[in-house]
Design a protein around this ligand. Structure first.
Ligand code: UT7
Length: 323
């Protein structure tokens, strides 16, 4: 028998305010046509002024608990993947812990920007396999609208706010790749690429800062590194692209999503795509896509899913799991 971290529930939350591409045309030299054709994005959600990342995370968490038929008291740990926590400290995760009324266990944030959810999920897997926790809530939650320079048309049209959550729980498997749960993970980073995607502020520099990105450069790394990490995770358990039921990619750009699927020999009808409705929600994009994919009947129990993401760092990685 082999211990596995399996999915018990999934949920998401999107802020009420929907911002179509046309809204940017009123104050920027841009167009719906440019945004749609270069990125695939048609609209995104922005949080209300009094809505914080932990509020989005709490709602996604409650939706996942409902899906799992579980109570917060059954959780041993909460991990929130975010680069936009409400406060410098405490972590967004401990805030969610309090909001859920969870009085035991532990909670912490993971910061790997757009790859954050994959890093958080790999950490949850490690906690479960090591016996440190039996049930872990893994949340990706972001308010990237707070990091936008509204005069920079190359970035501010691309990002959105939202949250998604998965509940992972320990279960015995057979030790084969037919088991449900996480089958393999692959994590990478290369700090030499800091300058192509970063925020030009932070506590130590005494400012909040704005997101800065050399889009073309990030794009250049994306397809190759995403297909590479997905391939590595699959190869660890003797599988390949053809075996995958769904790619659930980080939702940054439809051209990156298509390029990666092509490199993996997976047709687009086996890729969950939400970028048109959510924009790039950084660490929230994969759990959002998983939740939407399950809700609309695409993702079913026993489906083989590979998630892959890349973002600031650069940091990138993948998780292979059977739903
Ligand atoms: O989640 C983290 C990972 N991030 C990513 O994966 C993002 C990766 N990069 C991208 O998705 C794409 O590079 C972008 C969508 C950001 C940009 O697409 P692109 O095809 O690489 O365009 P570009 O940056 O080369 O810009 C092409 C032109 C430029 O004009 P010139 O210099 O050719 O005259 C830009 O100034 O498009 C211009 N441009 C715009 N035009 C209208 C840039 N932004 C806009 C805009 N509206 N919003």
């Amino acid at each position: 028998m082999t211990l596995r971290a399996i999915v018990k529930g999934v949920g998401h939350y999107l802020p009420e305010r929907v911002v179509p591409n046309s809204e940017f045309e009123s104050f920027l030299d841009t167009s719906d046509e440019w945004i749609k054709s270069r990125s695939g994005i048609e609209r995104r959600h922005f949080a209300a002024d009094d809505e914080m990342t932990s509020d989005l995370a709490e709602k996604a968490a409650k939706s996942a608990l409902l899906d799992a038929g579980m109570d917060a008291s059954e959780l041993d740990a909460i991990i929130v993947a975010t680069s936009t926590a409400d406060l410098t400290f405490p972590s967004a995760a401990t805030m969610v812990q309090a909001k859920l009324g969870m009085e035991k266990g532990f909670a912490f944030d993971v910061q790997a920007v757009c790859a954050g959810f994959v890093f958080a999920l790999a950490n949850a897997n490690a906690l479960i396999l090591s016996g440190q926790a039996k049930t872990v809530m893994v949340i990706g939650a972001e308010t990237f609208s707070r990091l936008m320079d509204w005069e920079d048309r190359g970035t501010c049209v691309l990002f959105g706010d939202g949250a998604g959550a998965l509940i992972m729980s320990a279960q015995e498997g057979e030790g084969t790749n037919a088991d449900r749960g996480i089958l393999a993970t692959d994590l990478n980073s290369d700090g030499r690429y800091k300058d192509i995607l970063y925020v030009d502020g932070g506590v130590s520099t005494k400012s909040t800062g704005f997101l800065r990105m050399e889009g073309k450069e990030v794009f250049r790394h994306a397809v190759e590194k995403l297909a590479g990490t997905a391939h590595t995770a699959l190869e660890k358990v003797g599988l390949c692209g053809e075996d995958v039921d769904w790619i659930v990619p980080h939702q940054a750009n439809i051209r990156i999503i298509k390029g990666t699927a092509k490199k993996m020999n997976v047709p687009m009808d086996r890729v969950i795509v939400t970028v048109q409705d959510h924009g790039n929600t950084s660490a929230a994009s994969i759990p959002l896509a998983l939740s939407v994919g399950k809700m609309n009947g695409q993702i079913k129990q026993d489906d083989l899913i590979v998630t892959e993401a890349i973002g600031g760092g650069l940091a990138w990685g993948s998780v292979l799991l059977r739903w």
